[in-house]
Design a protein. Sequence first.
Length: 71
Amino acid sequence: MKNNIKILEVVALVEDIPKCGLVIGQVGTIVEILDDEIFEVEFCDNDGRTYESLALRANQLMPLHYSPVAA
């Protein structure tokens, strides 16, 4: 299935990743598209410092929207 996630989109985790200390709902940014369904996601703190960067599958992510989106 082709997804619509694009570079620099803001996403949230939909599952915990305990080995990285990440939990459902943590917000990251797509910094690279590695394959149709695999993305490099960077997680930063409120000061902009990266605390984790890893490759994740599209089904582990939920794109976030800051304006209305047609269903």
